[in-house]
Design a protein around this ligand. Structure first.
Ligand SMILES: [Zn+2]
Length: 311
C-alpha cells in the first residue's frame, strides 16, 4: 500500500462559514440564502441515503486522481470503500462523493456517484451508489444502481469522498437561484473559501439538488483510447458530454487550498431517479436554475495513493 498523508484542516464555525459562502455565492447568483439548520432526513427522497445525516467525525479521503490516468491508465488501481473507511479510522463510515468504477469489476469504465455506508464488524456495507456509463452501440448514457449488478464496494483510478458517521446534526443549508456569473455552484463556494482563508485548508463535503433546470454532465466512455493521455485536455476530448435534467442529486467534495499533495480542488457527481447522472460541470439554464444543498466542513483530509511525500 502506498503512503498516506493526513492533513489537519482548518474548521471555521458553521455560522462563520455560512457568512463566507453567502458572500461568495452572491457574486454569481441573484437569489441566495445560507443558514445553519438541522440536517434534514437524508434517507428520504430525493436523497435516499442509507443514513440520516452527514455529521459525526467529518473527514475527506482524496484517493488516487488523474495521476492514475495520465500518462498511463492504471486499470490495476482498485480501491475498496471498506478499506478506505478503516484507513481514515472511521470503519462503518457513510461516504459520498465522486469517482470511477473499478475496470476489473465491470470490464469497462464508468462514472461512480458514491453513496455508501461501509461495513462494520457486525453489519454488511449498504451500497446506494450509482454508476453512469456510455452505451457503446448508440452513444447514449445509462444510469444504474451499483448494487443491482455488483456486490462489492470497489472503485478504480480515483475517488473524492466525504466521510462521516452519518448522523444528524447541524449543517449549512444553501439555496441559490438564478445564476448571472460564470462559475458553477461549487466553484463559487470553493473560491469564496480560498479568498477568505488563504493557505489554511478548508475542506467541505455534502449533497445538493439541482431542483430545476438542466446541467452539463460528462460520462466516461467504456473503453480507454489506444494512445495514452498526455494532458487533461486529452481526457476532456475523450469524454462524452450531455445535457441532463433536474432533479439531479449531486455528491460533492471541495477544498480551498492544496499545499502540494496533488489534491483535487472540487469533484461532484450526480444521480437521479429518472436515469440521468454523471460528472457535474455547470447548469445550462442560468435563468431558471435552483440549487438546494447541505454541507459540512471536514476536520481531517487523508491523501491516499497520492504523490510520494517529500522528505
Ligand atoms: Zn468525475
Amino acid at each position: 500500500m502506498s503512503d498516506m498523508v493526513t492533513l489537519t484542516l482548518h474548521v471555521p464555525s458553521l455560522q462563520e462559514l455560512a457568512g463566507v459562502l453567502l458572500k461568495g455565492l452572491k457574486k454569481t447568483f441573484t437569489d441566495v440564502m445560507v443558514s445553519v439548520v438541522e440536517c434534514p432526513d437524508l434517507t428520504e427522497k430525493p436523497f435516499t441515503f442509507p443514513v440520516k445525516g452527514i455529521c459525526g467525525s467529518p473527514r475527506i479521503a482524496d484517493v488516487g486522481g488523474d495521476r492514475n490516468m495520465i500518462p498511463i491508465v492504471r486499470k490495476d488501481k482498485v480501491f475498496d470503500i471498506n478499506t478506505v473507511a478503516k484507513q481514515i479510522k472511521l470503519p462503518g463510515a457513510y461516504m459520498l462523493g465522486a469517482g470511477a468504477v473499478s475496470y476489473q469489476t465491470l470490464g469497462l469504465t464508468a462514472e461512480l456517484t458514491h453513496s455508501v455506508k461501509a461495513e462494520t464488524e457486525h453489519e454488511p456495507a449498504i451500497n446506494e451508489s450509482y454508476l453512469a456509463r456510455v452505451n457503446p452501440s448508440d452513444g447514449t448514457y445509462v444510469l444504474e444502481k451499483y448494487s443491482e449488478k455488483y456486490s462489492d464496494c470497489n472503485f478504480g483510478l480515483m475517488a473524492h469522498l466525504y466521510a462521516s458517521e452519518g448522523k444528524t446534526g447541524k449543517v449549512i443549508e444553501v439555496k441559490a437561484n438564478t445564476r448571472t456569473g460564470e462559475d458553477n455552484f461549487v466553484s463559487c463556494m470553493r473560491k469564496a473559501l480560498a479568498e477568505q482563508y488563504g493557505d489554511k485548508i478548508v475542506g467541505i463535503g455534502g449533497t445538493f439538488v439541482i431542483q430545476q433546470g438542466k446541467a452539463n454532465v460528462h460520462v466516461m466512455p467504456p473503453e480507454f483510447p489506444p494512445c495514452p493521455f498526455e494532458s487533461q485536455e486529452d481526457i476532456t476530448r475523450w469524454l462524452k458530454f450531455y445535457e441532463m435534467t433536474a432533479p439531479l442529486i449531486c455528491q460533492s467534495v471541495f477544498v480551498s487550498h492544496d499545499p502540494g499533495h496533488d489534491l483535487r480542488m472540487e469533484h461532484t457527481h450526480c444521480f437521479s431517479h429518472h436515469g440521468d447522472g454523471g460528472h457535474y460541470h455547470y447548469d445550462t439554464t442560468p435563468e431558471t436554475v435552483r440549487y438546494l444543498g447541505y454541507f459540512h466542513p471536514a476536520e481531517l483530509l487523508f491523501r491516499i495513493d497520492g504523490p510520494e511525500p517529500f522528505h
